[in-house]
Design a protein around this ligand. Structure first.
Ligand SMILES: Nc1nc2c(ncn2[C@@H]2O[C@H](COP(=O)(O)OP(=O)(O)OP(=O)(O)O)[C@@H](O)[C@H]2O)c(=O)[nH]1
Ligand SMILES: [Mg+2]
Length: 302
């Protein structure tokens, strides 16, 4: 609409682990950018996703889940990313799952984050409403959040069913400043393919392995070569904390690692729309989650 002023700004998507933040950003962008799993704490670094239309550009910051008590240096770094996103945002979009109790749908230390937000507008998206058994189940939930003064708007959504997402964008638009786009309107992110390739390997690890394995594992893309002819070449280290975990990752006769490689390669090829040769090397780096130097080398801010 030519008579609408162009608006542009940053929107941080925040909430407890597993609230559906990454799924929402992907649904809004119409593309799979940020990795998703059924396990909490999938996102570890903030992921930037750019939504451009003729009337606005919203730069989303998909953040790691807020956990009240960080118990590793990695967790602390994840929370720093959340806080940085609060600081960078023009509007803060808080996700709370519709089917969770009010006490558990927002972070235990919500007051602390409310303070960080200060006077910035905060919108609450009540997520996963497709899980509500009946429409009437949602009413008391929306009424309850309606009494919380920090939220200027409340929008019920379902990312997987695509419910109310257009309304959500319209609502967010209201709180963006009049400005020119920050990024090229064709651009989807400011993070490079190398980053997303590592994330896709990590996503398959979150889907394939149980218990502590996904949490103890990191992926470090060592080589990423685009070739003029033939397959592109990707070599990545899969880092675990202990040798016992290495054995689980590799599996009997190397079968698990082979499956991981095949599944990750398919995801990467889909993302890059180009065939790739993927090489994975499993390495042990003792307690990397609590080692400042290791974390810095792996691209975490500490
Ligand atoms: N039924 C339903 N499930 C959803 C919806 N949105 C997300 N999920 C599921 O919720 C789980 C967590 O989704 P994510 O997008 O990874 O959640 P997140 O908030 O990014 O999680 P962290 O990165 O770990 O903090 C996945 O299994 C999703 O498929 C939704 O609208 N409806
Ligand atoms: Mg996530």
């Amino acid at each position: 609409m030519a008579n609408q002023e162009f608006k542009a700004g940053y929107c941080a998507i925040v909430g407890i682990p597993n609230a559906g933040k990454s799924t929402l950003m992907n649904a809004l962008l119409g593309t799979k950018l940020s990795i998703v799993s059924r396990k909490p704490q999938t996102t570890r670094k903030r992921v930037l996703g750019i939504l451009s239309s003729e009337t606005e550009q919203i730069v989303f910051l998909d953040t790691p889940g807020i956990m009240p008590r960080p118990n590793t240096l990695l967790h602390k770094s994840m929370l720093e990313d959340v806080k940085r996103s609060f600081a960078d945002a023009d509007v803060i979009l808080v996700l709370a799952e519709s089917h969770k109790s009010f006490e558990s749908a927002l972070p235990g230390n919500w007051d602390e984050y409310k303070r960080i937000a200060g006077t910035k507008p905060m919108i609450l998206a009540v997520s996963k409403i497709d899980l509500a058994k009946q429409k009437t189940d949602l009413l008391p939930v929306l009424q309850h959040y309606g009494t919380m003064s920090e939220f200027t708007e409340i929008v019920p959504i379902s990312s997987t069913k695509g419910l109310n997402l257009k309304e959500l964008v319209k609502t967010l638009r209201k709180y963006l400043p009049v400005a020119q786009p920050f990024f090229d309107t064709e651009q989807l992110s400011d993070q490079n393919d190398r980053f997303f390739v590592g994330e896709l390997v990590r996503e398959v690890i979150f889907q394939m392995y149980k218990e502590e394995i996904p949490y103890s594992t990191e992926v470090d893309v060592r080589e990423f070569k685009e070739r003029e002819r033939g397959k592109w070449f990707v070599s990545a280290d899969v880092i675990v904390e202990r040798d016992g975990q290495k054995a689980i990752l590799v599996g009997r006769g190397g079968l698990a690692l082979k499956t991981l490689g095949e599944r990750a390669r398919k995801e990467i090829e889909h993302f890059l729309t180009h065939p790739v040769f993927l090489e994975l090397h499993v390495k042990t780096r003792a307690d990397w989650r609590d080692n400042k130097r290791s974390l810095t080398e792996l691209g975490y801010r500490t």
